[in-house]
Design a binder for this molecule. Structure first.
Ligand SMILES: Cc1cc2nc3c(=O)[nH]c(=O)nc-3n(C[C@H](O)[C@H](O)[C@H](O)COP(=O)(O)O)c2cc1C
Length: 356
């Protein structure tokens, strides 16, 4: 969606989101994304603004407990202790006691604002091997005991749940799960409008997300799936029965998307995308933060995929993306960003295009 189209959006009245005692304003959330939403990324999103609540990558509750015996915290908790609030940490497992222990520590030692539980992950290592994530959508009683135990352990910090519509198109049960989540004491429910079997195929079904709303009496519903522009965020609030929205993939190379969506919700002009020069600077800042934490070798590897995200959809980005996918040293990283990241057109070119 281009900016000029977004600039014409008529205003819409949207209330802040209430999660327990927390007020989330604007009601636009940054999704948890394993391998992506680390401290560096969250920091950059926060600087652009417009995001109501940010989330970490999902953390395995079991390995948290195990790592703790080795006196270490998972890399996925990088930054959590000190960064700005509100902040949600997401965890996954299937054992209520382990999750309650971890929840209690996330609240007591890290002071997180929200503990989110993953009931949506469809990957085999989580579902088939660990009977967790979206696997649990088939076991509402088990979900109930997990949530109830974690809520007790974390009180008064709110506990939330993130689900998909069901395990497959044949067993969509999100409305039933929504009631279980609410009765177990969760403070909000996020629904990704696909089933686990869909993975990322097809489109998110926002009608089905909307249909869940009447089943929730006390807690807010957050819709998620395929929101990739300010216009779509406004449309989600206008056309569907949700209290908040969550953005995932589209913000990876566009951390300024939240600021654009927040402006659109208020009926303000949507800020234009940063210039390509600014986007290049943003990518380099992101790289530096990651390298400072993980060192050059691991940091450069981690940034390959991010560099590709920053250039997604840009004219002339193919050579950059091909090179970024293989980059292996700091010098090489700087070199490809300098030489291959798409550039703003020279002012003379813009002027002559305007004159023609
Ligand atoms: C690379 C990647 C990693 C993800 N990791 C998580 C995760 O750790 N926890 C989670 O609940 N969802 C995770 N998701 C799912 C997203 O949070 C979101 O539900 C999904 O991408 C749909 O939203 P979107 O269409 O805005 O991308 C992940 C998605 C992607 C693409």
């Amino acid at each position: 969606m281009n900016d000029s189209a977004d600039n014409a959006l008529p205003p819409i009245s949207v209330e802040p989101l209430q999660i327990g005692d927390l007020v989330i304003d604007p009601p636009i959330l940054q999704a948890p994304m394993a391998g992506y939403t680390n401290y560096a990324f969250r920091q950059i999103v926060r600087e652009y603004g417009g995001v109501g609540l940010q989330a970490t990558e999902m953390v395995s509750a079991r390995s948290f407990v195990w790592l703790d015996q080795q006196a270490e915290f998972p890399d996925r908790l990088w930054g959590v202790e000190d960064e700005a609030r509100p902040l949600a940490v997401q965890m996954w497992d299937n054992d209520p006691d382990t999750m309650a222990r971890v929840g209690e520590r996330l609240v007591g030692e890290f002071g997180v604002s929200v503990v989110d539980i993953n009931f949506g992950c469809p990957v085999k290592q989580v579902t088939q091997s660990a009977h967790s994530g979206s696997y649990l959508l088939r076991w509402p009683e088990k979900m109930f005991s997990i949530i109830q135990r974690v809520v007790q352990a974390c009180a008064p910090t709110p506990v939330t749940a993130k689900i998909r519509l069901g395990c497959s198109r044949e067993c969509i049960n999100a409305h039933e799960i929504a009631q279980v989540v609410e009765e177990a004491g969760a403070a909000a429910l996020t629904v990704h409008g696909r089933t686990a079997a869909d993975f990322f195929k097809g489109s998110a079904d926002w009608e089905k997300i909307s249909e869940i709303k009447p089943y929730l009496k006390k807690i807010p519903l957050i819709g998620n799936g395929d929101l990739d522009s300010a216009a779509k965020v406004v449309e989600a609030f206008r056309s569907y029965n949700v209290d908040g929205v969550m953005i995932a993939r589209a913000c990876l190379g566009r951390p300024w998307l939240f600021a654009q969506a927040a402006a659109a919700l208020k009926g303000e002009p949507v800020p234009a995308d940063p210039s390509l020069t600014e986007q290049r600077a943003c990518l380099l800042r992101h790289y530096d933060l990651v390298v400072k934490r993980f060192g050059v070798e691991k940091g450069t590897m981690l940034m390959r995929k991010f560099a590709c995200c920053y250039a997604t959809g840009m004219y002339g980005a193919r050579a950059f993306r091909t090179a970024a996918a293989k980059v292996s040293s700091q010098a090489e990283f700087y070199e490809i960003v300098e030489n291959l990241f798409p550039r703003d057109p020279a002012p003379e070119a813009v002027e002559s295009a305007g004159a023609s």
